[in-house]
Design a protein around this ligand. Structure first.
Ligand code: UGA
Length: 466
């Protein structure tokens, strides 16, 4: 089918490339012409695992193209996916200016029949507004359906998630729209992947057909918000449990494992740490709270989810100060700047919040992140020394803080790091290690809600590396 994807951010680019790789003809377009130019020359604006290969293969087959000409792309496509950004306004509500602009553009450019699919995360009833704009501005020249097809792709694993979704949600008000979307996704629904890697990944994880969830447009829009908010709630819950474990002398990993093994609860998204960040959970939570208030429901539960998350940085900084006392002039190593592992995205990164606080308190920082350093260089205030290797953050440091859960950090040369530090202390803001693991290299170690094998007041403060 001929598809057009408007917006080449994490969602649009991944979706467009993957749709092309399952056999559709896809034109991706974006109002940012430098992005399109880069993509035309094979330069990706983001780091996303497997995406370069998927784009190269789809572009090579001629099924995926990038165009500056949004009008022509809309004219050529049967189905138009809206994947533009919905950033938060000052009051926390989603800004829908880009969505409206695209709807108008479609109304002016498309003739005959079009299916217009919203993928951007939007408040409930946005579909109705899109429908209104299309009706008003096409002046009877356009026959259309509007659908909501929320995405559940995680940054860093977006390609995998596209091919192995738990469910595909389509909110449509007509059978015509539902059956077109079913046709578009049928290779994913049937597990027919043309690319060898997907077939292998599917075999390894025991491929299960995704659920096909056909709903009204309003329900689909709400499913996305309800899902992201629920996942945020799980994380805040795990963080609250971790704090209670610290107070009670229990171990959060043991407690959360015991909790998550109940299939009604599930083990995912129960990792405590310095909190959730990124451009989805924080903004979607605010937008959902605002939207619920407008509808007449005061979502206190989600306000508490936000409040718990906001306190994570304070809590972590308290630990840093407990261990290091005065931070002025002290060298601290920082491992991780991205908002999570697997991405170079630093938007609303909890690691940034910690770094800013350390700089405010006068610490000297040595930082490393496998992907996010070019961005961090431009975005963070001066006072951070960026290192070439993870091990280099340890040089002369009084502590190393783990702020992003990159698995690569586990493979760092910790013996060398202990030797290079003034005090071999690790404060693990992501529970990347088990208590005891780093102690074997002479480190003192503190995780989140973890029970240290040795009580803090009896721990030596001058352990030596091996
Ligand atoms: C999230 C959702 O998981 C996707 O399903 C959704 O499509 C996407 O938002 C979106 O709305 O576009 P993403 O923001 O990429 O995906 O990242 P997550 O993997 O969900 O992690 C979000 C944050 O929570 C990260 O800062 C991560 O470190 C943190 N987190 C995650 C925890 O602190 N603990 C956990 O157990 C899990």
């Amino acid at each position: 089918m001929k598809l057009c994807v408007i917006g080449t951010g994490y969602v649009g680019l991944t979706t467009g490339a993957c749709l092309a790789s399952i056999g559709h003809e896809v034109i991706c377009t974006d109002s940012d012409s430098s992005k399109i130019e880069g993509l035309q020359h094979g330069r990706l604006p983001i780091y996303e695992e497997r995406l370069p290969e998927v784009i190269a293969a789809a572009a090579g087959s001629g099924r995926l193209t990038f165009s500056h000409d949004g009008n022509a792309a809309i004219q050529a496509a049967e189905v138009i996916f809206i994947c533009v950004g919905t950033p938060p306004d000052a009051d926390g509500k989603a800004n829908l200016a880009a969505v409206e602009a695209v709807a108008r553009q479609v109304a002016h450019q498309a003739r005959g029949y079009r299916l217009v699919v919203g993928k951007s995360t939007v408040p409930v009833h946005t579909g109705e507004q899109i429908r209104r704009v299309l009706t008003t501005h096409s002046r009877g020249q356009l026959e259309f359906d509007v659908a909501s097809n929320p995405e559940f792709l995680r940054e860093g694993t977006g390609v995998y998630d596209f091919f192995h979704p738990d469910r595909i949600v389509v909110g449509c008000d007509s059978e015509r729209a539902t059956s077109r979307l079913h046709q578009i996704y049928s290779p994913v629904l049937e597990g027919k992947f043309s690319c060898g890697w997907h077939a292998k990944a599917a075999a390894q994880c025991g491929w299960k057909p995704p659920a096909w969830v056909a709903t009204s447009v309003a329900s689909a829009e709400l499913i996305k918000h309800a899902s992201n908010s629920f996942l945020s709630m799980k994380i805040s819950y795990a963080n609250a449990i971790a704090d209670i474990c610290e107070l009670a002398g229990a171990d959060s990993a043991e407690v959360l494992r015991g909790l998550g093994l109940d299939r009604r609860i599930g083990a995912d998204f129960l990792r405590p740490g310095i909190g959730f960040g990124g451009f989805c959970f924080p903004k979607d939570l605010s937008a959902f709270i605002e939207m619920s208030t407008e509808l007449g429901y005061d979502f206190q539960l989600l306000r508490e989810v936000q409040a718990i998350n906001a306190r994570r940085i304070e809590q972590f900084m308290r630990k840093v100060r407990e261990e290091l006392w005065v931070l002025q002039g002290k060298t601290i190593g920082v491992l991780g700047l991205a908002f999570k592992a697997g991405t170079d995205d630093t938007r609303l990164s909890p690691a940034y919040a910690v770094v800013r606080e350390l700089l405010r308190l006068g610490a000297r920082l040595r930082a490393y992140d496998p992907q996010a350093m070019p961005r961090a260089h431009d975005e963070l205030p001066a006072g951070v020394h960026y290192c070439e290797r993870a091990e280099d953050v340890a040089e002369g440091a009084e502590a190393v803080l783990i702020l992003t859960e990159w698995p690569d950090f586990r493979a760092a040369k910790w013996t060398e790091m202990a030797r290079r530090m003034t005090r071999p202390l690790v404060l693990d803001g992501r529970n990347l290690f088990e208590p005891g693991e780093l102690e074997q290299f002479g480190f003192e170690y503190r995780g989140i809600g973890r029970r240290s094998p040795v009580p803090p007041h009896t721990r030596p403060h001058s352990a030596t590396g091996n």
